[in-house]
Every structure is written in structure tokens, then in C-alpha cells.
Design a protein around this ligand. Structure first.
Ligand SMILES: [Zn+2]
Ligand SMILES: [Zn+2]
Length: 290
């Protein structure tokens, strides 16, 4: 092993949930969990006693620092509440453990994603905006400043945009089919509805890498959706391989600009085989020597 290159400590934040897409997990993580630098923080795993859970829920007060009390109450009355709560809690726990120096980067399994949840609205399978809640917590409790979110789900992150629209200290780069737009470091990068791997990755390299390098955030949140993969519901014509290559590019940028601090938050994507095919190697990239 070359000790001049860092090996990052990677946290996996997982809560057990029903449903098709993550049915192979956590078993499918066997190949990455055996590494010395990979740690699992979980909740609701039916085979484990509750006392061994390491993922705690977050309070309503914490939710209300991003979302209105009315919205929080509405989600609380829905069937999705517990899943939405632990999805956001995973992202908050990941960020907190990184700031405490326990891990360097993280992969957060979510039942419900982030980016369609705004200050007072939600939809499209998103209830609470975990990255936004984590950012608020980092600033409140650790004095964090500039932070970045990069969003490669196929759809526009209207919720994340809404929450940070007036905040130039949060860089948000959204790759979707909406037109190019920019305000206060909220950047929409237009992706053609039909593209291919090389075009997509070139567009990403040309736009994300220089922008995040110049911005110098203290951490990068990656709202990672695989719904743009061929055959999934937001298909852009890209193959599964794009996601692994994005993981390398984003991890390398985090290594250069923010000591490797990177939090991958699972967003859209429906196919179980793609989750199984992609999530273990993406975590493998996070945990790989640089
Ligand atoms: Zn999507
Ligand atoms: Zn967008």
C-alpha cells in the first residue's frame, strides 16, 4: 500500500425498509463491509436487537429548521413519516460523524429522497430534504460555511433550489433537462433528454469540476439518482457505468477541495438490479485508496 495516498474511512447509513428496489440490501454490501475502513450505521434491521442500532432519528425541531411546521405535521400524518425521518437522519448522522472526524465520506441509503422537498412543499417521493437539514445542522453546531450539493438525479431539484435560492454560501449544481439558469450559486446545467455516456461525463467534467474547485466548499453532498439510466423512468440514454465514473470524479474533486468530505445521498431510480449493480461499487470507490 502506498501510504502517501490517503485511504478514506467510509460510513454507510442504512435503515431497513420494505419495497422492491433495496430488497438485496444490506446483504449485497457483504463485499464492501469486510473492508477495515468501511463502517455500517443502521436502524430497523429486523434481525438485530434495537439496542444495537446506531442510527438515531432526528427531532421535529431539527426538521423545522428547514421545513415549515405545517409541512412537518402533514408528513408526520402520512405513512411515509418513519421512512422519511430515517432517510434525513442518515444524512444528518453522516455529516455529523464526518465533522467529528470519525469518518471521511459516506453513503446514505434513503427510502425517500431529498431534492423535491422544499421549505413548505414535497412530492415525487421526497418528504424531507436531508442534505438541506444536514447543512443547517453543520452550520448551527459546527460553524460550517460554504457547502456544495451536486445533483445527478435525472429530474430538477426544485426543493433544494427553493431552500437555498437566497443563500450564496451553498453551491447547488443540478444536472437536468431544464434550461440553463443561475442565481446565487444555484446552477442549473442543461442535460439533453437524449445523451450518451461520453457527452454526459464531458458536460459534467467541464461544469462541475471547475466550479466546485473555485467555490472551495467544506464538504460536497451528492444527490445521486440512477433514474437517468437506460430503462429506468427518467432515462437520458446513459448506461450504468456513468455512475461509477461520476463517483470517481466527485470523490477526486472532494479530495482536492475539501479533505475528501463527501456524502452520497441516494435519490431516484427504481430498478432493483441497478441498485444491486451500482451501490456496492460506488461505496467501493468511496473506500478505495486515492
Ligand atoms: Zn428523479
Ligand atoms: Zn435542475
Amino acid at each position: 500500500m502506498d501510504h502517501s495516498k490517503p485511504t478514506r474511512r467510509t460510513g454507510i447509513f442504512f435503515h431497513y425498509q420494505d419495497g422492491e428496489r433495496l430488497r438485496d440490501f444490506p446483504e449485497a454490501l457483504a463485499g464492501v463491509l469486510n473492508r477495515d475502513n468501511v463502517f455500517l450505521y443502521d436502524a430497523f434491521y429486523p434481525l438485530k436487537p434495537p439496542s444495537s442500532f446506531e442510527l438515531e432519528p432526528i427531532s421535529e425541531e431539527v426538521l423545522r429548521q428547514v421545513h415549515t411546521p405545517e409541512m412537518v405535521s402533514e408528513v408526520k400524518r402520512s405513512q411515509a413519516f418513519q421512512g422519511a425521518l430515517f432517510s434525513a437522519a442518515g444524512t444528518v448522522a453522516a455529516a455529523t460523524r464526518i465533522w467529528r472526524g470519525e469518518i471521511d465520506n459516506a453513503f446514505v441509503f434513503t427510502g425517500y429522497g431529498d431534492h423535491h422537498a422544499g421549505t413548505d412543499f414535497y412530492g415525487g417521493g421526497c418528504y424531507f430534504n436531508g442534505a438541506a437539514i444536514a447543512i443547517t445542522q453543520l452550520r448551527r453546531h459546527f460553524g460550517a460555511g460554504r457547502l456544495a450539493i451536486v445533483d445527478t438525479d435525472a429530474h430538477h431539484g426544485d426543493g433544494t433550489w427553493d431552500i437555498f435560492e437566497d443563500d450564496p454560501e451553498t453551491l447547488y449544481m443540478c444536472y437536468c433537462s431544464g434550461g440553463p439558469r443561475e442565481i446565487n450559486n444555484k446552477v442549473n446545467v442543461h442535460v439533453p433528454r437524449r445523451t450518451n455516456d461520453e457527452q454526459y461525463l464531458q458536460l459534467f467534467d467541464d461544469t462541475f469540476v471547475p466550479r466546485v474547485t473555485a467555490f472551495r466548499p467544506e464538504a460536497i453532498f451528492w444527490n445521486w439518482g440512477y433514474d437517468g439510466t437506460q430503462g429506468d423512468y427518467g432515462s437520458l440514454g446513459i448506461t450504468a457505468d456513468v455512475h461509477i465514473r461520476l463517483a470517481r470524479t466527485i470523490k477526486s474533486a472532494a479530495g482536492r477541495v475539501c479533505q475528501g468530505r463527501l456524502i452520497v445521498v441516494l435519490c431516484g431510480g427504481s430498478h432493483r438490479y441497478l441498485a444491486r449493480q451500482l451501490i456496492p461499487p460506488i461505496i467501493g470507490e468511496l473506500a478505495a485508496q486515492e
